[in-house]
Design a protein around this ligand. Structure first.
Ligand SMILES: [Zn+2]
Length: 220
């Protein structure tokens, strides 16, 4: 019964997120896409980083993720005119979650495995711990992601995951946030959306419009 509940809740979450995303992208944020060719007024992306604790080994520290936050701030400002900020009412990006975290969450999966997990224990945990639904992106730092250093299910969820190693890498946070805001991989090593971690920080003109018209990118 619990399993069925997780699946049902997962579907409701996914469908509502997709509908909300379509409304933003094609109606509410459409002027940003159209006028985006003329002017790029400053917008905001708010995130909350939750470091998930477990007693058995080393915790990701706030210093570990510091470089990735600075990189994301710089590239989003320079390329998209977007300010990366903590969620409203918070001065800090980072919070440490001390409560018991299930092992399915601490040791999660990437790719299609992550999609399956969204309808199981991990998806239910992430939904319960979100900073706020719909607009901000919650970043969960887990111990390990099978086959990846970071993962995003795109506009379907309000969160991304980073592994302990992914959090220490300069570019993974910005890359996964870009997926959350609707961007997909491009075959160009100099681009932020290059699939591997030796990526550059370049952005193409159309990527700006896709990114800026996401529901996560707001004026407030
Ligand atoms: Zn990617």
């Amino acid at each position: 019964m619990k399993k069925f509940g997780y699946v049902a809740k997962g579907f409701i979450r996914a469908i509502t997120r997709i509908v909300i995303e379509i409304i933003h992208r094609f109606i509410l944020h459409l002027p940003d896409t159209l006028f985006g060719f003329l002017k790029w007024p400053s917008k905001k992306l708010r995130i909350k980083i939750l470091i998930l604790n477990s007693s058995e080994d080393k915790l990701t520290s706030t210093e570990d993720i510091g470089k990735a936050i600075e990189f994301a701030k710089q590239i989003f400002k320079k390329e998209f005119n977007i300010q990366l900020l903590p969620t409203r009412g918070n001065n800090s990006f980072i919070e440490i979650v001390q409560s018991n975290v299930p092992s399915e969450v601490l040791y999660t999966k990437g790719g299609t495995g992550a999609l399956k997990e969204e309808f199981k224990t991990a998806g239910n945990f992430f939904a319960a711990k979100l900073a706020e639904p719909v607009y901000p992106v919650t970043v969960f730092i887990v111990k390990d992601i099978e086959g990846a250093t970071g993962c995003s299910l795109g506009p379907m969820t309000d969160y991304i995951t980073l592994s302990h190693d992914g959090a220490k890498d300069e570019s993974v946070l910005a890359h996964e946030l870009a997926h959350a805001c609707g961007l997909w991989h491009v075959n160009d090593r100099t681009n932020l959306l290059w699939n591997r971690n030796d990526r550059g920080d370049k952005i193409r003109w159309w990527q700006k419009n896709v990114f800026r018209s996401s529901r996560h990118i707001t004026y407030w």
